[in-house]
Design a protein around this ligand. Structure first.
Ligand code: DX5
Ligand code: ZN
Length: 228
């Protein structure tokens, strides 16, 4: 499984989203953070903007729904054309049914865990997913410090998902930068979200390339690439 980079437009210029997305066309996905000022204390964007982004983005959309009642709203993001839709398990009433409805609407189904949410209670439903997102900051804002206390959970999630050739991708999101991405790759993550690290500087595309190179090197050196 190759390394994938998903820049978060939460750190981009919202008045020029089409241009910002064009600056990271060398990435694999565009990460879209949907916040409802209820599940998290911040408000960002919703379906109309996802529908517009879908028309202009050269890359598939990776929608991360930090909203209450995802059971009600998540399938609509798949219907709007998002190729991946991730809901928070803490907010979902029926996560298995929800993952199935996202898939039925044509998208990859992702499930996210806040930093203090354990992965083990969900071991039996991981096969219903296309991606597990382990948050490495509290959801709500970009630019927060990476929580390395979450790394053992990334490792345990990788163990539960099996080796890197497994069908379920393992994403990390929050504080991922050229200085933290290697630890994430070493712990078994294969999809990397980065917001401020990518969009804070003058050359977001170059940061995407640097993140990819660092993650690929750490992956090649990791235990997961050489299972015994
Ligand atoms: C946080 C969002 C992240 C955020 C990451 O709640 O889910 O996607 O944009 O931003 P950085 O990479 O700056 O932590
Ligand atoms: Zn996110």
């Amino acid at each position: 499984m190759a390394v994938q980079i998903s820049p978060s437009i939460l750190s981009a210029d919202f008045a020029h989203l089409a241009d910002e997305v064009g600056r990271v066309a060398n990435a694999d996905w565009i990460h879209v953070d949907v916040m409802d000022n209820h599940f998290v204390p911040n408000l960002t964007l919703g379906l109309p903007i996802v529908e517009s982004l879908k028309k202009t983005s050269p890359l598939p959309l990776d929608c991360h729904l930090m909203i209450s009642n995802p059971d009600r709203w998540a399938p609509a993001y798949a219907e709007a054309g998002a190729e991946s839709v991730t809901f928070h398990v803490e907010a979902a009433a029926a996560p298995i049914r929800l993952a199935r409805s996202i898939r039925a609407a044509g998208a990859r189904a992702g499930m996210a865990l806040k930093p203090a949410t354990a992965v083990e209670p969900y071991a039996d439903l991981l096969g219903e997913l296309d991606m597990l997102l382990v948050m490495t900051v509290e959801p709500g804002f970009s630019g927060q410090s990476f929580l390395d206390v979450v790394l053992p959970k990334v490792r345990r999630a990788r163990e539960l998902l099996g080796g890197r050739d497994g069908a379920v991708w393992l994403q990390v999101d929050g504080g991922v930068s050229p200085s933290t991405i290697e630890q994430c790759a070493d712990a078994g993550a294969d999809v990397f979200v980065a917001g401020s690290a990518v969009f804070a500087g003058d050359d977001p595309g170059a940061v995407v390339d640097a993140l990819r190179a660092a993650a690929e090197a750490a992956t090649a050196a990791s235990w997961w690439s050489h299972p015994h």
